[in-house]
Design a protein around this ligand. Structure first.
Ligand code: SF4
Length: 348
């Protein structure tokens, strides 16, 4: 089966009823669509609320834009000193190598910038200018390859970029953000894994996974190839209505990640990307879910719940607060809440 890229292909493969064809056509004309055969096979055609379908099968709701939604919801453009680079925090930059992904998530925060029809790679001249920028800033300790999805690149192209970064003395760490081990696990070949590694410069891979079912045996094997090569794996997930917004679904996801040697790192609050209101939750709901993890699931299963502040101001943790400071006897006492909701003075 080829990647499904059109409304007709999606309907023909039973992922949407024929009467939705016209509406899906309109969405596909506006936003990129691609569903890999592996992910298409995971979708339960008999479940109208299937959590995998909600992430990848277009919905007519995507045309319904809310006034507060933004074409650049996390403010990449405001923090982009040269083409392909986002410099938001002092010690690290994003390097956006491609605008192409193996699969297009319906909630994507960069949906206005990615997909066919957008410039699909940095030109050689822009890449050279981006590398010059990184070379000229000694404060840049970490480079994060993102996109699009950097692991859609050939091993040869990826190796060339990694080599250039490895030659910059002040860049100590490279991090790669990707959905490929989930969407197209066969792409994680030994050649690609070798291309990610450079002696003396650790590479971390942050794998984007939102539901435990995405970690199929093939996806687990792809992650194992990375972990066995000595590449530390981090998990990043997006909190999505109807996908992982129950204590059971979220806990199961976090455990599945840890079982695959992927340390849950971020749980992102849904960004204000256009046409994604049907997939967003509210922050209070996210905080309740984080409380549901605390104490009931291993410390390894606790991601940081974060919000990317619109305008390019960066991520802030927005998880529940367990500490209260109270004025007492002219001073201050701390009250801390345990995972059962009981409150304790500290010191006792
Ligand atoms: S893989 Fe990442 S960049 Fe690509 S569509 Fe999904 S969220 Fe967007």
């Amino acid at each position: 089966m080829p990647n499904l890229r059109t409304a007709a292909q999606i309907c023909d493969h039973g992922l949407a009823p024929p009467e939705r064809h016209g509406a899906l056509d309109k969405v596909a004309a506006r936003y990129a669509v691609a569903i890999t055969p592996g992910l298409a096979a995971l979708i339960d055609r008999n479940d109208p609320h299937d959590p995998i379908a909600r992430q990848f099968v277009p919905s007519a709701a995507e045309i319904d834009h809310q006034p507060q939604e933004l074409s650049d919801p996390i403010g990449d453009d405001a923090r982009s000193p040269v083409d392909g680079v986002v410099h938001r925090y002092p010690d690290r930059v994003l390097l956006k190598l491609t605008h192409v992904c193996a699969v297009y998530c319906r909630f994507c925060f960069r949906r206005e910038m990615i997909g066919p029809g957008k410039p699909n790679a940095l030109s050689q001249a822009s890449l050279a200018a981006a590398l010059d920028y990184i070379r000229s800033r000694p404060e840049i300790w970490e480079v994060i390859l993102t996109g699009g999805d950097p692991l859609v690149l050939s091993a040869r192209r990826l190796r060339a970029v990694m080599k250039a970064l490895s030659e910059i003395a002040h860049v100590k760490v490279v991090r790669i953000h990707t959905r490929v081990p989930i969407a197209d696990p066969a792409r994680i070949t030994s050649d690609l894994v070798r291309a990610m590694k450079f002696k003396g410069k650790p590479t971390y891979v942050a794998v984007h996974v939102n539901h435990a079912r995405e970690l199929t045996p093939r996806a687990r094997a792809a992650c194992a190839r990375l972990a066995d090569a000595g590449i530390p794996l981090l998990g990043q997930s997006v909190l999505l209505a109807g996908v992982n917004d129950t204590p059971e679904a979220l806990g199961e996801l976090m455990r599945a990640l840890v079982e695959c040697r992927i340390k849950p790192y971020y749980l992102h609050h849904g960004d204000l990307a256009p046409g994604t209101a049907h997939l967003r939750t509210d922050i209070a709901n996210g905080q309740d879910l984080m409380r549901s993890l605390r104490g009931r699931f291993s410390g390894l299963c606790q991601p940081a719940y974060v919000l990317d502040i619109p305008g390019g101001y960066g991520k802030s943790p927005i998880g529940p607060n367990y500490i209260e400071r109270r004025a007492a006897n002219g001073g201050e006492r701390v009250v801390v809440e345990d995972f059962n909701g009981r409150r304790h003075h500290y010191p006792p």
